[in-house]
Design a protein around this ligand. Sequence first.
Ligand SMILES: [Zn+2]
Length: 218
Amino acid sequence: MTPPMVEYPLDSFFSTSYNLELLGTGDLLPQVEWNTTKNRSKIKEVYLQLLDSLPKVEWRHIMSRNSARPKAIFHMWLQIHNRLLTVDRLLKWGMQVEPKCVFCKGVDETRDHIFFECHYAQQVWYKLMRWLKIQWPAHCSWGLQYLLILARTRGKSSQANVLKMVYSEFGFAIWNERNKRVFEDKEQNAESLAREIACICNVRTVVRSRAYLQSCIF
Ligand SMILES: [Zn+2]
C-alpha cells in the first residue's frame, strides 16, 4: 500500500509557479506547462532541460559505458580532478608526511608523477598496452597521457571500450599499490600488478568487446 504522503508533496509542489520561481528555473523552462496532472513526465522534462543548460565536460565519454568497477571509475574522476590525497596536497595542508614517491623514492609524490611519470606506473602501463596491441608514445607526461586517453576512447569500437576500462582499473590499481606500500609495507612488482589488472578487465569486459580481448595475449 502506497503511503499517502509520497504523492502529496509532489502534487502540491508542482501545482504553483511560485515554487518554480523559488528554484530559479521558471525562466529556463518557458515551454513546460504546469498542472497537477502527469507530474512524473513534467519532472523528467525539467531534469533534462536543466542538464542541457550545463556545459559538457570533455571527460564525459570515459565515464559513461565504462565496464570498469564503479569504485575504479569514481577513483578516475577523483584523479582527473586532482582530488586524491597525494602527498603534495597533504603537505599544503600542513601535515608532516614523507614527500618522496613510494615507488621510486627519488621524486616528490604528486598526482602527475605517481599515475604516469614514475617508472613503476609506466612499467605497468606499457605492459598493458603491449597486451592490448596499442602503440603508446614514450615519455608521456600525465597531461599528455590524459589527452591521448580522451582521444582514443571516443567512439564505440571494442578497443575504445576496453581502453577506458583499462585506464580506470590501472589508476585504481596504482593507487591501491601505493597505499599498500605506505600503510602495510607490502609490494607487488609491475608485471604482477599489470597481470592482475588484465584479469579484472577480462572478467568485466562486455560481450561485444570480448572477441578483441581474447585476441590479446598477456
Ligand atoms: Zn616515483
